[in-house]
Design a binder for this molecule. Structure first.
Ligand code: ZN
Length: 465
């Protein structure tokens, strides 16, 4: 009898142990990172090693790998507002909403609950701090476009760490009337505003609360894409590192940290495969920082990696059985940067730009002709676009959600993607399942098919709430 009781007690303790308690929670959100974006990156890396297969990312090797549905209350295909709100609060809402339900009633987020519990909280992204996904964790507004109003919610969040490229609408209400500049207000509620990694390291002991912004203009829409990055630009790994340092300090109660790759979604909207791959790798580098932390605190740390939705309807294999993903290694800049090179060529030349000059630019930045064979018919299409643009003066742009690109840049990138056999079905989001990867305290809760609203509920369970 005594022995049975001991076994029972042991079992109860063990199940409690297996279920958590997650004292340190990392939630990584690859915005627009569907299964194909992950799989493409792994198969691309294997091709670079000269083989067919996968070269696994850190997070795909986590012991729990599952998937989730993402629809919103208003649409089968969600936006980042409704999906962010679902991941933050465990409740579905209409597209465009931030931290409120379909009737605009506020919903409490897991970040806010963690704060109430005495944990520290960090919210980070590589796009604007008041963009839809990060905002869903601290703001309660009917529209994702209420940039200034969202920042007013940030001021009263009492969260410990924010990071991003900058913020939008720092002195303009939603109705476009002028408002008091938000930066002095952020300062007055106790945040040290620092620009870039070096400046963070130099100032990290000055204040307990930090807002980390990329170098340069604080109204930056996004940190440059990983593929375009120059020295001194923040990486998602830097951001995660700064977040951990801030949240660990003077902290007995643990923390909740959300890190978003918003750029991944933007590259998906632009159907820019190589740029997406570099963003997934950038996210993986950030996850590695969290994984190192997990190795130091394996019984108390939970890491989740998921997406809010898929972007672009990406598919691997477009008719042939042969993939050529390795050709994407020859792309040196994002579509947006290539587009600006082409625009500059037109404006900076005092004589007509020749096809040979354009061809050289495409060869240098995409490897077309030099490393990637181009057929006669493929070249003919590019020449036609060059003629329309440079000879006939048709300068209409290709508009995607976050970019306005030279059509010649779009066509050249589309050609490289089609040679790679990476297909894109649209410039918008899809309702495809998204992947969910988990490791650590409470990871077993995430086994099996989920809805996106289950994810924060299980996180709360893992935190023993
Ligand atoms: Zn999007």
């Amino acid at each position: 009898m005594k022995k049975n009781f001991a076994v029972l007690l042991f079992t109860i303790c063990l199940s409690g142990y297996l279920h958590g308690q997650a004292k340190y929670v990392f939630l990584f959100i690859g915005d627009g990172m569907g299964f194909t974006q992950v799989n493409t990156t792994e198969m691309y890396l294997a091709e670079l090693e000269g083989r067919i297969g996968v070269s696994p990312l850190t997070f795909t090797q986590f012991p729990v790998a599952s998937f989730a549905t993402t629809y919103s209350t208003s649409n089968g295909v969600t936006d980042s507002g409704a999906a962010g709100t679902a991941l933050a609060t465990g409740s579905k809402t209409k597209n465009g909403a931030i931290g409120v339900d379909s009737l605009n009633a506020p919903l409490i987020s897991i970040a806010e609950r963690a704060k109430q519990k005495g944990m520290k909280v960090g919210i980070a992204t590589n796009v604007r701090i008041n963009h839809a996904t990060p905002a869903s964790f601290y703001a309660h507004r009917a529209s994702r476009n209420m940039g200034y109003e969202i920042l007013l919610d940030l001021l009263v969040s009492d969260f410990d760490f924010f990071a991003g490229s900058g913020i939008s609408d720092p002195e303009r209400w939603y109705d476009k009337t002028p408002a008091d500049n938000i930066f002095p207000k952020i300062d007055s509620v106790g945040y040290a505003i620092v620009y870039g990694y070096e400046s963070f390291l130099a100032n990290q002991d000055k204040k307990e609360k930090v807002m980390l912004i990329n170098k340069g203009d604080k109204s930056n829409n996004s940190i440059p894409y990983a593929i375009d990055r120059t020295n001194g630009d923040l990486t998602l790994a830097h951001i995660t590192d700064c977040a951990i340092r801030t949240l660990e300090t003077n902290n007995e109660n643990g923390f909740f940290l959300m890190v978003e790759s918003g750029q991944l979604d933007w590259a998906g909207h632009a159907n820019d495969g190589a740029t997406v791959i570099h963003e997934v790798i950038d996210l993986n580098e950030a996850v590695k920082r969290a994984y190192d932390f997990y190795l130091e605190h394996p019984d108390e740390t939970l890491i989740l990696v998921t997406a809010d939705h898929e972007t672009g309807g990406a598919v691997l294999g477009t008719g042939s059985s042969t993939l050529n993903l390795a050709v994407l290694q020859h792309q040196k800049v994002s579509k947006g940067t290539l587009s600006s090179y082409i625009s500059n060529m037109r404006t900076n030349s005092d004589r007509p730009v020749t096809w040979e000059e354009v061809k050289d630019l495409l060869a240098a930045n995409l490897g077309l002709w030099t490393n990637v064979p181009v057929s006669e018919s493929q070249e003919k299409k590019l020449v036609e676009r060059y003629r329309k643009s440079f000879i006939e003066g048709d300068q209409t742009k290709e508009e995607s959600l976050y970019q306005s690109d030279e059509k010649l840049a779009s066509e050249a990138i589309a050609l490289l993607n089609s040679i790679a056999r990476l297909g894109w079905i649209s410039g918008s989001h899809s309702a495809n399942y998204v992947p969910v990867f988990a490791i650590g305290a409470g990871a077993d809760l995430f086994k099996g098919k989920m809805d996106n609203t289950d994810i924060p509920r299980f996180i709360m369970e893992a935190m023993n709430e």
